[in-house]
Ligand binder design. Structure first.
Ligand code: SF4
Ligand code: SF4
Length: 195
């Protein structure tokens, strides 16, 4: 009986000592170290959290966070969407009637992006899309704090083309194709007439 009571006191004392040690050490601040620092995971004392968002832990240079697309450099080749293992990139291309410009690396642009959506709620941050992109216009940024209220807010829309403009671009292309077909037929008939 007395032994059990003594054991109870000893256990309570041990528990309180651990609690007190953590209580007092929590007043110490942790150093904000880069993830590459050897002591990054060895800081066992100090506050468990930092004063986020006023203070943020540095992130690794090769970290994979929110995607971003520089649309001026996108040639709408669809490679990123094809390689994505979870199909979270949705692109709709419209053929242009002529070259519509150049990317910063000199690649000629011939397609409009009527739609370029990335569903970051589905994204598994594998980075494959950034690897296959021929113009390196889709990149992982260092942005990781994207809390939203509605999950559909995590679908980022990078194309700024309105449905009206997209419809007009489709009509322009169809018109051009029809004109070319008429011209081709006329040329064939003329050739046959001369023969
Ligand atoms: S990082 Fe991976 S999962 Fe996310 S969009 Fe790119 S290819 Fe898809
Ligand atoms: S791979 Fe690059 S250039 Fe091609 S559609 Fe995707 S972001 Fe645009």
């Amino acid at each position: 009986m007395i032994r059990s009571i003594l054991n109870g006191f000893a256990t309570a004392f041990k528990g309180l000592s651990i609690t007190s040690a953590h209580l007092f050490s929590s007043h110490k601040k942790r150093n904000v170290l880069p993830a590459s620092d050897n002591n990054y995971f060895k800081q066992l004392e100090g506050t468990n959290t930092i004063q986020y968002p006023h203070q943020k832990l540095p992130i690794p240079e090769v970290g994979r966070y929110q995607l971003d697309v520089e649309m001026d450099d996108c040639i709408v080749c669809d490679l990123c969407a094809k390689v994505c293992p979870v199909n979270c990139i949705d692109i709709e291309a419209i053929k242009a009637t002529e070259a519509i410009g150049q990317t910063s690396d000199g690649t000629t642009k011939r397609l409009y992006a009527a739609k370029f959506d990335i569903d970051m709620a589905k994204c598994m941050y594998c980075g494959l899309c950034t690897i296959v992109c021929p113009t390196e216009c889709i990149v992982m940024t260092n942005q990781y704090d994207k809390s939203v209220v509605e999950i559909n807010e995590l679908t980022y829309q990078f194309s700024e083309m309105t449905p009206e403009v997209a419809a007009e671009k489709r009509r322009e292309f169809d018109r051009q194709q029809a004109e070319r077909q008429v011209a081709k037929l006329a040329a064939m008939q003329k050739k046959e007439g001369e023969a």
